[in-house]
Design a protein around this ligand. Structure first.
Ligand SMILES: [Zn+2]
Length: 407
């Protein structure tokens, strides 16, 4: 009998080495089994390491634009080709990726546009899993962690639940009140539109600044309520939210709102207003894909008092002074009145607040932080939030000085 076994071993080893050298990796697979996950795979070419996909379709839950998935199987050194469609707001110039268990989020290189789609190329630095998304994700767990960190060891920073959503999720919020009798009331909220994740990161940067020693002067005068996510249901679902049925959150600021988050925010703002100390409302959003500088939407001037216009211009100037780099603020004020939305303009958050506070001349604006620039990443958004804090600080300081003069 011939002894053949060692030959087979050598052959197997040879075949294994050849396949290793040509780089046949593990199969790639796409997963969305976590809050905010969204992707429908159209095709995967395992050899070319090419994945084509679309955001998940959630009829009735707004624009089909948010995508966020975990990729298994991509090894260090391999290049993934990611081809995504198919709307301007679904195809940022740069995708966002994490390869450290979602602790840090970075931009990929710029993708190549192909009609309505975009193709990103990403070479892995480490073995997977990798997480890819439209922008840096921010879900309820992130809001809870942010608020816990902000309140830890600070008895003047009180977490609370704004309300329960229609799907039964808590809406995490925080109230900052360090002084006994604050004369200034401020309300900051983000994410009435679920896909605009950058607005929650701006909110994060603002809140981190607000509880820091740098904001001590502002906290001497102001009570501030912060809600990092309004439309928690669509954020957790991974839907776009914008123009959802039966109402867009930001067209629901009417007498009897459909969404419990809007009911609760109206109630909180009205309470501060009735105490005669409501001064500033900011709704944080992200604008259209083509915008390269951030700006405010404001209430039409013919619906503001002359003092209201003066305050708006002062706040706009302060914001332009501080929000500079890496995401500049243009100082452009766009009115969203009857020309912008003939049927529902009155039911946009800031217009509702402006009407409520017409006589007391509070400032109510929407901050549109641009998302499609190289600075519009997790760190850039947080920096914009801190810079916005400095603008609010300067504006409030001037208000307090002015009211002192009047006495
Ligand atoms: Zn929006």
């Amino acid at each position: 009998m011939k002894f053949r076994y060692p030959g087979n071993v050598f052959l197997s080893l040879f075949v294994f080495l050849v396949f290793s050298c040509v780089g046949l990796g593990k199969d790639l697979s796409v997963h969305i089994d976590f809050p905010g996950g969204s992707a429908v795979v159209e095709s995967i070419d395992q050899e070319k390491r090419l994945i084509r996909l679309m955001p998940s379709d959630h009829p009735g839950h707004g624009w089909r634009c948010w995508w966020y998935f975990r990729l298994e199987g991509l090894a260090a050194g391999e290049t993934l080709i990611l081809d995504i469609g198919d709307a301007p707001w679904a195809t940022p110039d740069q995708a966002t990726v994490s390869n450290d268990g979602r602790k840090n989020w970075q931009h990929t290189a710029k993708g190549k546009r192909n009609e309505k789609r975009i193709v990103y190329s990403y070479t892995a630095k480490k073995d997977g899993p990798h997480w890819f998304a439209w922008g840096p994700p921010f879900v309820i767990a992130d809001a809870n962690e942010l608020i816990q960190n902000a309140s830890k060891g600070r008895d003047w920073a009180t977490p609370f639940i704004l309300t329960k959503s229609r799907n039964g999720h808590d809406v995490p919020s925080i109230r900052i009140r360090e002084t006994k009798e604050p004369s200034i009331g401020i309300w900051i909220q983000a994410r009435q539109h679920a896909w605009e994740s950058g607005s929650s990161w701006v909110c994060r940067g603002f809140l981190e600044w607000l509880v820091s020693p740098d904001a001590a002067a502002l906290r001497k005068h102001a009570e501030i309520v912060v809600t990092p996510i309004m439309d928690v249901d669509n954020v957790e679902l991974g839907a776009g939210g914008k123009n959802q049925q039966p109402w867009d959150h930001n067209r629901d600021w009417r007498d009897k709102p459909h969404w419990p988050e809007v009911v609760a925010a109206q109630k909180g703002i009205t309470a501060l207003h009735k105490e005669g100390r409501f001064h500033l409302f900011v709704d944080l959003h992200n604008p259209g894909a083509g915008e390269r500088e951030s700006y405010f939407f404001s209430t039409p001037r013919d619906h503001l008092s002359s003092k209201g216009i003066e305050n708006l211009l002062a706040f706009n100037a302060a914001t332009k002074k501080f929000i500079t780099d890496p995401i500049p603020f243009s100082g452009k004020l766009i009115e969203s009145g009857a020309k912008y939305d003939p049927k529902n303009w009155r039911y946009i958050s800031k217009n509702w607040v402006s009407e409520l506070t017409h006589d007391s001349a509070a400032v109510a604006v929407t901050l549109e932080t641009v998302w499609n620039t190289s600075g519009s990443n997790a760190d850039g958004y947080r920096k914009a939030g801190r810079q916005f804090g400095l603008a609010i600080d300067m504006y409030v300081n001037d208000l307090v000085k002015e009211s002192g003069k009047g006495k």
